[in-house]
Design a protein around this ligand. Structure first.
Ligand code: ATP
Ligand code: MG
Length: 570
């Protein structure tokens, strides 16, 4: 069954690009009758936002063309792969909204791949080399200089077959021999200088156990897996451009043998990988962040992993929209995280009810509002930009909290919030005036004594409107909460540049934790509601740490790209 999309269906999942042009031509000219793609993660880490680009492309094309997309675990390195990663990858692909046609493992092909290798040896296209890894590197030459043949390059077919069989049986230690394709040691494409196809690794594989000690390399396993599955368009990132020649070489040599159809055969196409500023998108580096404790885990909301973004509160729709906006092309470029944040905001703007919360509370006493009295105001969830129904009760009382930043004793020009003797409107409530500042022994402001104007509910005060409106909560009714405010994980755009350790560029302020209050209406909501805390950003309850009696909110994204302004002097 072809994949199906959860959530709102869209006519087209992938905007027209150079790959859709290729597919259109292939279908029109009869080179392929259908479209079959695959998403081929190696289960050696969690998926990140870069993988989402590839997932949206591969699954999206299958949906758009009524074809199929397989999930194939490219699991040919026993030392780094695990079931934990397989499970996490499946969870993340499903969460993104995609269903695979078939769940497949390259390691399930080991026997077939071995047969293909034997066929290559028989046909004189592969040989067992007994040089060390270092020597193979040196013999390969340079771009300017052709390679030197290994002294083992002209072994007989019989000797090669015998050695290869013994490599499989486990007669040799790691590194004693490798199987190499016999292609062209003078090729300007270094990848074609007799690439290694198999190596000996005495290690337990999470999927095949101890059945093998001989493992195929990507360049061998990938094209053949594609061919076994009848993949029509094999999409990968640009750094594999030079590997395409091996891909084609192998499929040309093996077509019509080993159960590989003579035609049609898969073709590889490369597109630009996603590189996001202020983060790293490489599983190896993400593993370091986890293992060295720079973050709390793969799903730390600061991580660019899909599990991190999910925990932070980002929806799959926002990620798919982001993938769609950045598009698919053949030029590598860096993407500003502002583009991802914009997609997240656009998604939340349409679905997040607006409520009031205070992150850094400052006590306000309304001196002319009686102690013990409460007034239940009614506040719409959707005050402006989003026309929708719905309102909640909002208690107003003598003791309130406002945001500390919303009061300034010595305001600069243009400050329209609360000042000594000044007036401000409390959102959905009354206009208040600050009459007196209360300080503690250290001189710190601990309370504002204010008066409210009872005639100003829903109307301007006599003597002219006030300029500012601020958020607030009623102290006795507000719910205490911990809020986690996230910033970029790294403080430089390209943490991988230069030869220093990328972790030196971690942003020490990537997470700020504050103790604040949120209005009581949230207690009636499902725990997965995403809110806009007015003027503060979009938030939701941390799915792991928030408890009904101990609320913990993650800020998903701020309301505006204030970061760009702050850090680029805009
Ligand atoms: P990493 O360097 O993070 O380990 P990878 O390419 O080794 O990435 P794989 O699990 O082999 O990870 O990737 C699975 C698929 O996802 C591949 O087709 C790969 O090209 C694609 N992919 C990985 N990273 C990105 C990225 N940043 N942008 C787009 N596609 C990506
Ligand atoms: Mg890889």
């Amino acid at each position: 069954m072809p994949g199906e999309m959860t959530g709102a269906p869209r006519a087209r999942h992938v905007s027209p690009n150079f790959i859709t042009e290729i597919i259109d031509a292939d279908l029109r000219d009869g080179r392929h009758a259908t479209v079959r793609t695959r998403f081929p993660p190696e289960p050696n880490g969690y998926l990140h936002i870069g993988h989402a680009k590839s997932i949206c492309l591969n699954f999206g094309l299958a949906l758009d063309y009524g074809g199929e997309c397989n999930l194939r675990f490219d699991d040919t390195n026993p030392e780094t792969e695990s079931v934990e990663y397989v499970d996490a990858i499946k969870r993340d692909v499903e969460w993104l909204g995609f269903r695979w046609a078939r769940e497949l493992y390259a390691s399930d092909y080991f026997e077939r791949l071995y047969a293909c290798a034997v066929q290559l040896i028989r046909d004189g296209h592969a040989y067992v080399d007994s040089l060390s890894e270092d020597e193979i590197g040196r013999y390969r030459g340079t771009v300017a200089q052709p390679g030197t043949p290994s002294p083992y390059r002209d072994r007989s077919v019989e000797e090669n077959l015998d050695l290869f069989a013994r490599m499989r049986r486990g007669e040799f230690p790691n590194g004693a021999h490798v199987l190499r394709a016999k292609i062209d040691l003078a090729s300007p494409n270094m990848k074609l200088r007799d690439p290694v196809l198999y190596r000996i690794v005495h290690a337990r594989h999470y999927h095949t156990g101890n059945a093998w000690c001989l493992y195929p390399l990507y360049d061998f396993a990938h094209p053949l897996s594609d061919a076994f599955e009848g993949i029509t368009h094999s999409l990968c990132t640009l750094e594999f451009e030079n590997n395409r020649a091996i891909y084609d070489w192998l499929l040309e040599r093996l077509r019509g043998t080993c159960g590989i159809p003579a035609s049609p055969r898969p073709h590889q196409y490369e597109f630009a990988r996603l590189t996001l500023d202020y983060t790293v998108l490489s599983k190896r580096k993400l593993i370091r962040l986890v293992e060295d404790g720079h973050v709390d885990g793969w799903d730390d909301p600061r991580m660019p992993t899909l599990s991190g973004l999910r925990r932070r509160g980002v929806s799959p729709e926002a990620i798919r929209e982001f993938a769609n906006r950045i598009g698919v092309a053949r030029t590598n470029s860096r993407v500003d995280p502002g583009a991802l944040e914009a997609a997240i905001r656009d998604d939340l703007n349409l679905r997040a009810p607006r409520v009031l919360a205070v992150l850094r509370p400052l006590a306000v006493t309304i001196t002319n509002f009686p102690e013990g009295r409460v007034e239940r105001l009614t506040a719409p969830y959707w005050p402006h930009d989003v026309p929708r129904e719905g309102a909640r009760p909002l208690p107003f009382a003598r003791h309130l909290y406002i945001e500390r930043d919303d009061f300034m004793e010595h305001p600069p020009r243009g400050f329209h919030r609360l000042t000594p003797g000044g007036r401000v409107r409390l959102r959905h409530a009354y206009v208040i005036r600050c009459d007196e500042i209360v300080r503690d022994a250290a001189g710190e402001i601990v309370e504002l004594r204010c008066s409210y104007d009872p005639s100003t509910l829903g109307r301007a005060p006599d003597g002219g409107a006030v300029r500012g409106t601020i958020h607030w909560v009623a102290a006795a009714y507000a719910v205490p909460m911990t809020a986690r405010l996230y910033d970029r994980l790294f403080s430089v755009a390209d943490p991988e540049r230069g030869d220093g350790d990328f972790t030196a560029h971690l942003n020490p302020a990537s997470r700020t934790v504050v103790e604040g209050f949120v209005e009581p209406s949230v207690l009636d909501d499902a725990p997965d509601v995403r809110y806009q805390f007015e003027r503060l950003g979009y938030f939701w309850r941390d799915p792991a740490d928030s408890k009904p009696d101990r609320l913990v909110f993650n800020r998903i994204v701020t309301l505006r790209d204030s970061w760009a302004k702050m850090h680029r002097g805009g």
